[in-house]
Design a protein around this ligand. Structure first.
Ligand code: GLY
Length: 555
């Protein structure tokens, strides 16, 4: 082969193996549903900022992505304005006032399905208050203009994609028992085909009231009245008083460092930010990356860091308003140093031998979807919100047209017994009235030299934290572009069950090397569904995750 032919061949090989992200010059929205991403870019083009666009995308997803987009759920927004101001808004669901510790146990003391399916599973929704709080603090366009695109999508309908119809069919058994869900989302049992138009007139009416009267309508107005009335009639717990008392809460943004980057992450009741910072701390200086991405040694070191964090998560994390979290102790240098030195590079530590650590007390008082947005001024939003399981608790509220969450299952329904993500959780996350269930949602940003460099986040239950971590490490440690970083196969370890769960794509030789280190290997269909944006000073490069659907929209 001549040198010229060889060079051409290598170039072609690189092009084939390296998927490129989508690039735009000024502004970008990456979301898991294309109509919603476009709605956000329309707001940006008409002069709205990233927070305005986030509100519009959040409302639009409630129409076009019912598996996770919502009015009946809650979430977290991490915001960084171009002038360096940051904010974390917690608008996650809260336990109703009538909630009790054992509300989901049968007379024998065993967990029932009531925290997962049906009216009783819903916590008090926070999304609408959250969007209002973001808008009040940083928004620049009139509220009604930001809700308007979702009203139109619900009223006129939108064309269902292949992905959307498959997701509806796949969740049919959870939606079917509830007449409004069956009628609206399963076409009364006839199912939708790709290309059909989904119109949601009840949801359009609810959104139109919110557009006109603001979040008041949802919490103290007509929507609140109907929601409470329907809950009372169907055995749900949410009352008008629960809705009236609901507040979005501004909480501390966690700031850490990793290899010269400032890491902006969110504090409890998310377990994600603490996890990202602890695991980065364990990895930094370990040299784990030297054997390359996907190598058995790198996977082993990461899995051991994951195992140790999830043991801490089970013991120490919970709603900080109810439970003392040793927050900074969990990622303080001496503590992560002790964790790092406890890792044997050649042998897996059985999870039964890994107990939560005793970090120093904190110095301070105390199916989901993610989207990432950057506007032309450099303001940015990373927002993850959820109704927990796909289509939440399966219930569409009659007359209102939106699905309710099953976020009560994110509490430790029975401390020590695994939840729907097989997560074991402790006393700190036991049910109490008005408490927020612990979350794994992990919207994260990286900043260098005062400039935003990366945004990432994901749905995926307990796997969100490890999924987001691996994408960030692929960019920072392995020099991948954001699309390669997202496409690369991922793995997950959460302490219990003591299994290293691998996506497809790892070589059998690597798997064998991991087994020989003592890992019990299991397969997993997907570790989260990460999307993100990398900013290199010239371009915005965005990518969505082929494990689901999505769009990078921008200009
Ligand atoms: N509902 C998933 C989470 O918040 O972690």
């Amino acid at each position: 082969m001549t040198m010229r032919v060889l060079v051409l061949f290598l170039a072609a090989a690189t092009l084939v193996s390296a998927r490129q992200p989508v690039r735009f010059k000024k502004a970008m929205v990456v979301a898991q549903e294309p109509h919603a991403a476009d709605a956000g870019v329309d707001i940006l083009k008409s002069g709205g900022n990233a927070v305005d666009a986030a509100v519009a995308v959040g409302f639009a997803l409630a129409v076009t992505y019912p598996v996770a987009g919502n009015l009946g759920g809650g979430g977290f927004a991490l915001i960084r304005m171009a002038d360096g101001r940051t904010a974390f808004l917690d608008f996650r669901e809260r336990a109703p006032l009538s909630a009790t510790r054992n509300m989901y146990l049968d007379p024998g003391g065993n967990p029932t399905r009531d925290s997962v399916a049906g009216w009783r599973a819903a916590g008090v929704p926070g999304s609408v208050r959250g969007f209002e709080a973001m808008h009040r603090k940083f928004g620049s366009r009139p509220w009604s203009k930001l809700v308007a695109p979702s009203v139109k999508l619900a009223k006129q309908g939108f064309v269902l994609s292949d992905h959307a119809t498959r997701s509806l069919r796949a969740n049919a058994k959870d939606l079917e028992p509830f007449p409004e869900s069956k009628r609206i989302f399963l076409n009364n049992g006839r199912f939708f085909e790709m290309g059909d138009r989904l119109r949601q007139p009840e949801l359009a009416a609810t959104l139109a009231r919110i557009a006109k009267r603001g979040a008041r309508d949802f919490y103290v107005g007509e929507t609140a009245r109907i929601l409470a009335e329907q809950c009372a009639a169907n055995g749900g717990h949410i009352t008008q008083e629960d809705l009236r008392q609901y507040k979005a809460i501004e909480r501390p943004v966690l700031k850490g460092t990793y290899k010269g980057y400032e890491v902006l992450a969110i504090s409890p009741p998310s377990s994600g930010g603490v996890g990202i910072l602890q695991m980065m701390g364990v990895l930094e200086g370990s040299g784990y990356e030297k054997t390359g991405p996907g190598s058995a040694r790198a996977i082993h070191m990461l899995a051991e860091a994951m195992r140790r964090y999830y043991a801490d998560r089970a013991e120490h994390l919970g709603d900080p308003d109810f439970h003392k979290v040793p927050l900074r102790g969990l990622f303080a240098a001496d503590y992560v140093g002790r964790l790092r030195s406890g890792i044997d590079p050649d042998h897996a530590t059985p999870s039964a031998q890994v107990k939560a650590g005793t970090p120093a007390p904190g110095a301070e008082p105390t199916e989901t979807t993610h989207f990432s947005i950057v506007d032309a001024q450099g303001n940015a939003v990373a927002l993850t919100y959820t109704i927990n399981g796909g289509f939440g608790n399966g219930v569409t509220v009659p007359k209102l047209g939106f699905l309710l969450n099953n976020e009560m299952d994110d509490f430790a329904v029975k401390p020590g017994v695994p939840n729907m993500f097989q997560l074991i959780q402790g006393e700190g996350n036991a049910i109490q009235p008005k408490k927020t269930p612990l979350s794994s949602m992990t919207p994260t940003m990286l900043v260098k030299d005062g400039k935003l460099r990366l945004i990432a986040g994901a749905p995926g239950g307990s796997r969100i934290i490890t999924g987001v971590l691996q994408v960030i490490l692929n960019v920072v440690d392995h020099g991948m572009n954001i699309q390669e970083a997202i496409d690369a196969p991922r793995f997950h370890h959460q302490w219990m069950p003591d299994k290293l769960m691998l996506e497809k794509g790892f070589s059998p030789d690597t798997v064998e090397l991991l087994r020989s280190r003592g890992h019990t290997i299991d397969s997993i269909s997907g570790v989260a569904n990460v999307n993100g944006i990398v900013l290199d000073g010239t371009w915005l490069a965005g990518a969505w995750d082929g494990r689901g659907d999505g769009k990078v929209a921008g200009y």
